[in-house]
Structure formats: C-alpha cells, structure tokens
Design a protein around this ligand. Structure first.
Ligand SMILES: C[S@@+](CC[C@H](N)C(=O)[O-])C[C@H]1O[C@@H](n2cnc3c(N)ncnc32)[C@H](O)[C@@H]1O
Length: 279
C-alpha cells in the first residue's frame, strides 16, 4: 500500500467546512449561535465551490481568437430543433463543449509535445478542435471523429474564419470503426471525449493498434464523471444514463491504472482528465 502525502487544497478546505458543519448539526443541543455558524461555514464552502472554475477561467489565457464566436454559437444554437429534425443522434447539451479553459489546456499539451498529428474522438462543435488547430504548425493536422455530419457543417465556417480550416479533417461515422481500420501514421496527441461507455473500446484500439506515437500523450475527458466514480453512483439527481456513464468511467479508470503498457495521472481539470503515456 503506497503512502500519500497530505495536501492542502481548495477541495480539502471545503471538506473541512462541511465536516465541521455536520458535527455541529449532529449535536443534540444546537443553539441559534451554532446554526448561524453552520450557515456561515456552508456559505463559505459554497463560495469556494462556485468560485473555483470561474477563478481558473479568469487567470488562464482563454483560447485563440475565433474561439468566442464558436462558443457563443454552441451556447445559443437551437439544439432542440436539430434533435427534433433528426439531424443529431443525441439530445445535445451545450455543456458537452470542453470550453475555452480545457480546450486551451489540450492545445498547450499539443504545443508541449510538439504535436503535428492530433486525433480528437468526439468533436461536437469543435471548440477544442479550434484551440488545438491554432496551436499546431502550418503542416499540422487535427483529425476529428464525429458521428453526426451536422456538427462539421456548423463548425466549418468558424474554422474558416479562424484561419485553421485546412488543418482540420473531420471523419464522420462511428469512432470505433475508424480506430479499427486506420492504417496511417500514429498520432502525437489523442483526446478521447465521445460516448462514455465506448471509452474502453477506444483505449484498447489505440494501444492494440499502435495509434499513439512513442512519446505521444493520450488525454481522456470526464474521467471523474460528475463525481460518480468517487461516490459509487450515489447522487441525488442522477439519471440512469448518468449512473451508467459513471460506472463505465469508474471501470475505465481501474483498467487504465492496471494496464502495464501505460502510465497515467488523473488530473482534476473540470470533470477530470487522464493524462496517459506509454511506459
Ligand atoms: C462531449 S462531446 C465532444 C466535445 C468536444 N470534444 C469538445 O471538446 O468540445 C461528444 C461528442 O461525441 C460524439 N459521439 C458520440 N458517440 C460517438 C461515436 N460512437 N462515434 C463518434 N462520435 C460520437 C457526439 O455526437 C458528441 O458530439
């Protein structure tokens, strides 16, 4: 059993505030003053939790020019209509977009490893695609796998306006079909961010078929799936689909941790990002 160095983090601060509040609430002789102190602690905990992501956004670079109009489109697009007209396979939620913060993180990793060939599994409106393409050299390429043509039609004009369209190649179809039949050069960076129950199949296809270059990085999004892998599916507002996805991610994380071919570090970036390399 390996030892863990205790860390002082914002989440631990929240945890202490909540624990102290629970202790007070459990006391059989709760006074008005205790109640006020519980409220004060929980308000502070809430402020920390609600403030964390906006603070991270405010002190991070925020993405290339051309990204904000695409984010605006992603938020305000009439997704209900696209689904009604059967142009997209799933009920879309704008929160699917990894956004400027995480997109910029993926783009920085691309720069750090000197990536020329990047694969994104699950493109959606292409906000991460645009960030990554902007960070690549002129002969770089992002190949995006996306099940619905609709998203490329929507994103392409934004890629054009941002001057990165020629670096983006969208392959429409099931991601696993592409991964199982691709015979080209391996990728320097791969970002898995599609259907959560498909992750293990993508991971195995990538490693079994040598799709990640020797010093390449594999990033996997949503590995902390709304906290469900940590709480074992216990959450007051979870739908059956969410519980399935949480279970799939919990299993995925365990399999990757035990896979002798790779080294992994799970980062608490937004909904959790695994950073994986060959051993
Ligand atoms: C979370 S979104 C991707 C977000 C995007 N990577 C970003 O950073 O903004 C997941 C996308 O995967 C696509 N998708 C789901 N299942 C798929 C499959 N089997 N093959 C290819 N794409 C799929 C969905 O249509 C959706 O657009």
């Amino acid at each position: 059993m390996s030892e863990v160095v205790p860390a002082e983090t914002p989440i631990l601060t929240v945890s202490r505030l909540v624990e102290a509040s629970l202790d007070q609430l459990r006391s059989p002789s709760l006074t008005d003053a205790d109640r006020q102190s519980v409220i004060g602690r929980l308000e502070l905990a809430n402020r920390l939790l609600n403030g964390l992501d906006p603070y991270l956004d405010s002190v991070s670079s925020g993405g290339p020019p051309g990204l904000q109009p695409l984010i605006h489109e992603t938020i305000h697009h009439d997704w209900a209509r696209a689904y009604q007209e059967k142009k997209v396979s799933f009920k879309v939620n704008p929160s699917w977009s990894a956004g400027a913060y995480e997109g910029s993180f993926v783009a920085l990793v691309a720069r750090a490893v000197g990536a020329k060939r990047v694969l994104e599994i699950g493109m959606f409106t292409g906000t991460t695609t645009l960030c990554v393409a902007s960070s690549l050299p002129s002969d770089g390429k992002v190949v995006c796998l996306e099940i619905d043509q609709y998203f490329e039609d929507l994103a392409r004009p934004y890629f054009e306006k941002a001057g990165v369209s020629s670096k983006i190649d969208v392959k429409v179809g099931k991601a696993l079909d592409f991964l199982q039949s691709y015979n080209g050069e391996p990728f320097d960076l791969i970002f898995i961010d599609a259907d959560k129950t498909g992750y293990l199949g993508y991971f195995n296809a990538i490693l079994d078929r040598g799709l990640l270059s020797k010093n390449g990085v594999l990033l996997v999004d949503n590995v902390l799936y709304k906290g469900l892998p940590i709480t074992d599916g216990l959450q007051s507002e979870s739908t059956a689909e969410r519980v399935d996805n949480g279970g799939a991610l919990k299993h995925f994380n365990q399999v990757v941790r035990q896979d002798k071919r790779v080294e992994v570090c799970v980062l608490p970036i937004r909904d959790g990002v695994s950073f994986i390399m060959h051993k």
